[in-house]
Each structure stands twice: as C-alpha cells, then as structure tokens.
Design a protein around this ligand. Sequence first.
Ligand code: SF4
Length: 177
Amino acid sequence: MIRISYLTPSIFASYFICHRQAWLLYNGISPYQNHPLLEEGKSIHMVHHLARKSGHISIENMIIDAMRRDIIIEIKKSSRRIFPAKMQLLFELFYLKHEKGIIKEGLLLIPEEKKSLKIQLTEENEAYIRRKINEVINLVNRTSPPRIRRKHVCKSCSFYTFCFGEDIHEEDNLHTF
Ligand code: SF4
C-alpha cells in the first residue's frame, strides 16, 4: 500500500490542472492568499447552508466541505474545472477507505449552477486513483519543479505572479499552448 498521508486532496487535484502547481503546493510554496479566485472559493463555502451547518470537517490533512451520514460533500463555484474536482473527491474517498477504513460516497455540489453529481469509488476509479497517486508522489518528490509552461489556466492561477513575475492585469496577450 502506498503511503498517501502526506498528500492533500488539493495537491492531488492540482496535478490535473498543472504539474508545476502541484509541485509548488507540496513543497510549501504558498499561493497568493488574496487572489480573487481563492477569496471566491472561500465565500462560496461560507454561504452554502450545508457547509455552514456542519462547518468544515478536518481529518488529518483533509478538509472536507460538509458531511451528511454516509456522504462527503465538496462544494465548488462552477463546473469549469469539474474533472480536478471529481479527482479531489475520489482522492478523499480513497483516503478514507484505505487510511481510515471508512467507506463513504461523494457528492459534488455546484450551487450557483444548481448542479450536483454523485461520485462513487468503483473498482475502476480506485485503480485509476492508485495509479495517479503514484504519479503525483513521483512528481512532487523531484528536486526541482516542472518548468513553466504558459497555458490558458495560468490566467486564473494564484501562482501567476510567482511563475511569471508580472501582474496578471498587465498581461493582455496570454496564449494557450
Ligand atoms: S501560473 Fe501556470 S505554470 Fe505557474 S503554477 Fe499556475 S498554472 Fe502552473
């Protein structure tokens, strides 16, 4: 069994957005805390009644938005990054099962779009998550970060200034690679 207790769900999810972002987060480099998207993310959690009711649930290195009986709930602002959000939830389910012996199902809520999505840790999902955890562990243990590759997602990344040394508002000509 691979030791995953030092990975967090957000580092795991970052791997599906940008490998460099996952490396930076794991290696203790903090994103810009006042980034508008981080603020938005915090406020959406604060206002949703489920998160308000149960508060965030902390289990070792995991912070789960809300929990209801056998379901863990993640709340997202939009479905724009639905795949990393699904991966985050699957990682949480995998972690709970293999590190804590707790079997749960997952629910992804996108209140502003009135959408919800059930997530289950099927055998197939489990095999996929196991493979990806190995990949993430190999990546984050490298001595240096993956090189910067400017891509569309950089525009909304809280590491933008760290990577490019420039303010996002001064950059009018981002290109997608
Ligand atoms: S700014 Fe771009 S390259 Fe840098 S961490 Fe963010 S997404 Fe990755």
